[in-house]
Design a protein around this ligand. Structure first.
Ligand SMILES: [Zn+2]
Ligand SMILES: [Zn+2]
Length: 417
């Protein structure tokens, strides 16, 4: 037998309703905020992620699914969606459109990482990218979209927010941080020693105890921010206050990808039901488009891992609403196939979800199956009913059973609704 590859997952027919629901919620929220859907390919040129996501990130260094195609091109299954959207924005001249250009998507992402709770090698993200504005309002609106998405599934993680500075003030901070870490480097983990060279900010979110201990007294970025960044951050927090969005200003929050500048945020589960990782997050990446060869364009966005969302809901015992219920089951003890199929089609044309006995079971077994389907109505068709041109309809919620003349069927159901 051939098994599924490690870190991937089937979604079985009994669980797909959850994904249908996620997609539905995504479309509804997107529409409310005037976001347009964008679709980008599953793989891109490897160079896009090297330049976009950054050489200093774990994703590029350790986790990419990179391969040569038959033409000898180096391609990579996308490890995240943002770089692809930036590539598309530049390549398709979307900068010529009227800004803001507010986009969303659900995409598969591929990362070679150690599979753990809700973290798969192929996972899916709901993501939003807002191109054009550099305003406090667009930051807050983007955060609200993410919040609304979580709330639609009955969860309310804590918003952590930070400002990691612009290209000007971040340089100063990185120097200070390097200066601080330098005498401790030998005690720090191997990853942090690489980060020290390539992406020192990432040392701040190291999960290794020794490193955490060393860095807890590190200089804070909030003390190094330029006036612009400082003001921007204060205004974002003030607007969140006005809107009664709870947040934690978290000076250690940096996010794992190189392209972030200015505002960054994460949605954190305080109970750590899925370990220490955030449930989702995002931030500003005002230099990404320029780094990929486009005109400088401010962008803010976020991504929410959907398998993690589902795993989290499961831990919290939150049921996903299932609207895939069957309305009517036609139970029969007749071999009059044409009558049954004609009736089933008539009901489907009326808008009902209908199932009938395709397995040729006994009437008793059919009722058992109808129970399992949790149907609202069972229509019983026997020779007697056909002869009298009527139907026996049982309401499975009340147990009430009625005889309804065939030509009064529509009337019965329109009153029953
Ligand atoms: Zn700054
Ligand atoms: Zn470390």
């Amino acid at each position: 037998m051939i098994n599924i590859p490690k870190g991937t997952k089937d979604v079985l027919p009994f669980d797909t309703y959850k994904w249908k629901r996620i997609t539905k919620v995504a479309y509804e929220i997107a529409h409310k905020y005037n976001l347009k859907e964008i679709k980008t390919p599953t793989f891109e040129h490897t160079e896009l992620f090297r330049r976009g996501v950054g050489e200093g990130s774990d994703i590029v260094n350790k986790e990419m699914y990179t391969f040569l195609d038959k033409g000898g091109r180096s391609l990579t299954l996308k490890p995240e969606g943002t770089a692809s959207v930036a590539r598309s924005f530049i390549e398709n001249g979307l900068f010529n459109e009227v800004m803001p250009l507010k986009m969303w998507y659900i995409t598969p992402c591929f990362r070679y990482e150690r599979p753990q709770a809700g973290r798969l090698r192929e996972h899916h993200q709901f993501a939003v990218e807002v191109y054009g504005p550099n305003s406090v309002m667009s930051d807050v609106e983007t955060i609200l979209i993410a919040y609304e998405f979580y709330r639609a599934f009955g969860i309310e993680p804590t918003l952590h927010i930070n400002n990691i500075g612009c290209e000007h003030c971040r340089k100063d901070y990185i120097e200070k941080l390097r200066e601080y870490a330098k005498p401790h480097l030998q005690e720090m983990c191997e990853d942090c020693r690489v980060r020290y060279e390539k992406n020192p900010l990432r040392m701040l979110d190291c999960k290794v105890d020794v490193c955490k201990d060393i860095l807890k007294d590190a200089p804070l970025i909030s003390d190094t921010l330029c006036d612009n960044c400082k003001n921007h951050f204060e205004q974002v927090k003030a607007l969140l206050d006005v809107l009664k969005v709870n947040y934690v200003a978290d000076p250690m929050l940096v996010r794992g990808i190189d392209y972030y500048t200015n505002i960054v945020f994460e949605f954190v589960d305080d109970d750590k039901l899925l370990g220490q990782n955030a449930l989702g997050g995002g931030g500003r990446y005002n230099n990404l488009v320029e780094e990929l060869g486009g005109k400088p364009t401010p962008v803010i966005g976020f991504g929410i891992g959907l398998e993690r969302l589902l795993a989290y809901m499961e831990k919290k015992n939150i049921e996903m609403p299932n609207d895939e219920r069957v309305d009517v089951y036609i139970a029969s003890n007749t071999t009059n196939d044409s009558y049954i199929m004609y009736l089933a089609q008539k009901l489907r044309n009326m808008g009902f979800t209908v199932e009938s006995d395709l397995m040729l079971r006994s009437l008793k077994a059919q009722f058992k199956y109808a129970d399992k389907l949790d149907v609202k109505y069972v229509i019983i068709v026997g020779e007697d009913e056909i002869f009298h041109n009527e139907l026996s309809i049982k309401n499975m919620e009340t147990g009430e059973q009625l005889k309804v003349p065939y030509d009064k069927l529509e009337e019965f159901f329109s009153n029953a609704e």
